[in-house]
Write a protein that binds this ligand. Structure first.
Ligand code: MRU
Length: 341
């Protein structure tokens, strides 16, 4: 499969994930507003992927900005502000933007000319593409040893190639385990309301000939009780310094079920997902998305008129339910306050 997000000939090229599994098509974006819209409408989604996309979005603004320093700086900051408002939960988005702003600050402190700063920013953003791939492979290598030699692994949402530049975090761990010769079958929660598990995880695993069975979100408990799940591995959108993990809504109940059944629950994420400014997960901002995501499926209304619905997009799993956090730098074990540092 192509990279989820790429930078080719001065344009951002991304897979339009809203069209999967119907079709696998890429779109070309050439300005910040288009990138912001793509993030909001989830043409690109998944924490690492939106981090890279947002950084590229700032870089596009820098590239097309006037060469007078004040106007240039103003344009870059305005692009950063626009992108910061797209989605609140995944900290990788802010991390990606902040990396570009830090590049700008350092370059200005060195009194570099605007033309040179533009080049530095473009390089910083485009380098994040290959860096993200290296990070996912390192997460995969580190986590593969935790996977069973032969068994069934449950995942929730999509923390795969489509959520990153390629390969994935949670699915990267599964891919690496399979590459090591382990015999893994994947159960994927379908992940209501947007069905990332069914549409995206199902799609990318099938493309790679990895055995996958999609289940409705309310089936995991039964499978666990029957001994049909050996471990759980999920991604993360933001991890607080105590190890509390925000991930797609529905992750927390899976963690509770895994705990009850004595099944290891692992989180796989790059260190850019750790937000050391937050003591606990209580402080993680949780995105609330449009009610239509609940009331409609594929444009068809499924809800009766006159009812209320809730649509928080993420939940927080307390650190006590997380057996280990797999990062590109190694595996963090509880207590996370020490190990994540
Ligand atoms: O709303 P989404 O589809 O962007 O949510 C994605 C998730 O919750 C993923 O599990 C998370 O971003 C980790 S991706 C490696």
């Amino acid at each position: 499969m192509k990279r989820t997000v790429d930078y080719i000939d001065g344009k951002v090229v991304m897979i339009d994930q809203t069209r999967i599994p119907g079709e696998l098509v890429t779109i070309e974006l050439s300005n910040t507003q288009q990138i912001a819209d793509a993030i909001k409408t989830m043409k690109v989604r998944g924490a690492p992927a939106i981090g890279v996309a947002a950084a590229l979005g700032v870089a596009l603004a820098a590239k097309s900005a006037p060469d007078t320093e004040d106007e240039f700086v103003d344009r870059v900051y305005r692009a950063a502000d626009l992108l910061r408002k797209t989605r609140p939960t995944a900290v990788n988005l802010f991390w990606g933007i902040d990396k570009i702003i830090a590049t700008l600050r350092t370059a200005r402190n060195s009194n570099l000319p605007v033309a040179e700063i533009k080049q530095l920013i473009e390089r910083c953003a485009s380098d994040m593409i290959a860096q993200d791939e290296e990070i996912c492979h390192a997460i995969g290598r580190n986590g593969a040893e935790l996977m069973p030699e032969e068994g069934h692994v449950l995942t929730h949402c999509n923390a795969g190639a489509l959520a990153c530049v390629s390969y994935g975090t949670a699915l990267g761990v599964i891919r690496a385990a399979i590459e090591m010769g382990k015999l893994i079958h994947v159960y994927a929660d379908e992940t209501r309301p947007r069905l990332q598990g069914m549409k995206l995880t199902g799609f990318e695993l099938a493309q790679d000939d990895i055995a996958v069975t999609v289940i409705a979100d309310n089936m995991a408990g039964t499978l666990m009780r029957k001994g049909r799940i050996d471990c759980v591995v999920v991604g993360a959108d933001r991890i607080a310094s105590n190890g509390d993990v925000a991930n797609k809504i529905g992750t927390y109940p899976v963690a509770v079920l895994a705990h009850h059944h004595g099944i290891p629950f692992y989180v796989a994420a790059p260190t850019s997902t750790i937000d050391f400014s937050l003591q606990t997960g209580d402080d993680i901002p949780i995105e609330v998305r449009a009610r239509e995501e609940m009331t409609h499926i594929e444009g068809h209304r499924i809800a009766p008129m006159g009812i209320e619905v809730l649509n928080p997009s993420f939940d927080v799993t307390p650190a006590a339910l997380v057996r280990a956090i797999i990062t590109e730098k190694g595996i963090a074990w509880p207590p996370y306050k020490q190990s994540l540092k």
